[in-house]
Ligand binder design. Structure first.
Ligand code: S3P
Length: 433
């Protein structure tokens, strides 16, 4: 298991290109596989998570060609074209793969099994099993004695005839919303999902891009089953969740100025820009355009002095993956930053509330773990040390950025996990350390 060594950095200047968006890359493979015809994907994120999605669809008979320049061709066989996999599907570390794919599998006329690594086997699946069962799917999973009513992978999914439902999401989750909508493609009648706080809407946008009859009205998304989806080109923008690490580095290291090109700017994902503005950050968006149904543009960031703020409510789903790096920003901001309503962090790749508090604490930050968030006092003089990623990619990368502003060397142990979402992170960091 590799280590990542980081030292205090000088100003970072110039242009940075960020790999493709993880959420959109997963969806391009999944929706491309069940559409009819050839889907050409450019800017695909060839990270461990998205490669796991490709592997699952290949095991169901879909031909998918990849090359070294992030170009993927998916030879979709239509809504009824998947074949029963000859073995258990393996999603590695990817929550998006297991939850979205379960929605598709619930609508197939075969039985399948799906599981993943140790972290996946601890992640709750009751949230997808409940609506998929209401639609008529049969989902079985592993139970744990101290978590009655919850379900964990491996999952066994007996697909069959589904009926559309109207379902109000109890937690803001794009993965749950997407599982229901993808199952809805196979259902009799309309499927409606109602969400109180908006989560990322890449599935809705991509289904529309592939010709599905889907409409959004306020908090309600409605899907009527389509006969077929038609293949389309997908140009994947850079991942704003990956860009966030370099946005934070440029903000915190005095004299920095970076332009991050072609970053996805879907409004359900841009909470990090709002947070940086509220904290006093110097961040601007330029050259905004729409491609493949998704807005994208350049983000320009200069170093700035930050102030602590309160973060809660509707913005939380829009920054859900950025909270580890926001905690690092907060450690350098004047005063208290309080993050609330973020209980979901406890069931991510690690218990991120616990992990952030423990690992950022090792740098000498005054940080308090709250039941549904964190309270952080800044500005703290960070001291480098030995950090444990706990197998969580976003923890590894957030702590690496903390290492850039700390005095003394920092080592991130178990750093291979950055491959989950950001291959090349270390190479992009190298010029500055
Ligand atoms: C994702 C949704 C979010 C996010 C994850 C990717 C997606 O998870 O944290 O990294 O692609 O739909 P939840 O749906 O559990 O909030």
């Amino acid at each position: 298991m590799s280590q990542l060594h980081v030292r205090q950095a000088k100003a970072i200047k110039g242009e940075i290109k960020i790999p493709g968006d993880k959420s959109i890359s997963h969806r391009a493979i999944m929706i491309g596989s069940i559409a009819k015809g050839e889907t050409n994907v450019s800017g695909f994120l060839a990270s461990a998570d998205c490669l796991a999605t490709i592997d699952c669809f290949r095991k169901m008979g879909i031909a998918i060609q990849t090359d070294d320049s992030n170009h993927v061709i998916v030879k979709g066989k239509g809504l009824r074209g998947l074949e029963k996999p000859g073995q258990r599907l393996y999603v590695g570390n990817s929550g998006t793969t297991i939850r979205l794919l379960s929605g598709i599998l619930a609508g197939q006329d075969f039985i399948s099994e799906i599981s993943g690594d140790e972290s996946i086997q601890r992640r709750p699946m009751g949230r997808i099993a409940k609506p998929l069962r209401l639609m008529g799917g049969e989902i079985q999973g592993r139970k744990e004695r101290d978590k009655p009513g919850e379900l964990f992978p491996p999952l066994k999914i007996t697909g069959g005839k589904l009926n559309g439902i109207s379902y109000e999401l109890p937690v803001a989750s794009a993965q749950v919303k997407s599982a229901i909508l993808l199952a809805g493609l196979y259902a009799n009648g309309e499927t409606t999902v109602i969400e109180k706080n908006y989560s990322r809407d890449h599935t809705e946008r991509m289904l529309e891009h592939f010709g599905a009859p889907i409409a959004k009205q306020g908090e309600t998304v409605r899907l009527t089953p389509a006969k077929e989806l038609s293949a389309n080109e997908v140009d994947v923008p850079g991942d704003i969740s990956s860009a966030a690490f370099f946005m934070a580095a440029a903000t915190l290291i005095p004299g920095s100025e970076v332009r991050i090109r072609n970053v996805g700017l879907n409004p359900t994902r841009t909470g990090i820009l709002d947070i940086l503005h509220r904290m006093g950050g110097a961040v601007e968006v330029e050259n905004e355009v729409i491609g493949s149904g998704e807005p994208r543009g350049d983000i320009v960031v200069r170093s700035a002095q930050l102030r602590g703020i309160k973060i809660d409510g509707a913005i939380i789903p829009r920054i859900i993956d950025e909270i580890p790096i926001i905690a690092v920003l907060a450690s350098q901001a004047e005063g208290f930053t309080e993050i609330r309503d973020a209980r979901e962090l406890r069931v991510k790749e690690s218990d991120r509330i616990k992990t952030i508090a423990a690992e950022l604490g090792k740098f000498g930050v005054t940080i308090e773990e709250l039941e549904d968030g964190l309270r952080i006092l800044g500005p703290a003089k960070l001291k480098g040390g030995a950090i444990e990623s706990r197998g969580d990619h976003r923890i590894a990368m957030a702590m690496a950025i903390a290492g850039l502003v700390a005095t003394g060397p920092t080592v991130i142990n178990d750093a291979d996990c950055v491959e989950t979402s950001f291959p090349g992170f270390i190479d992009r960091l190298q010029p500055f350390i």
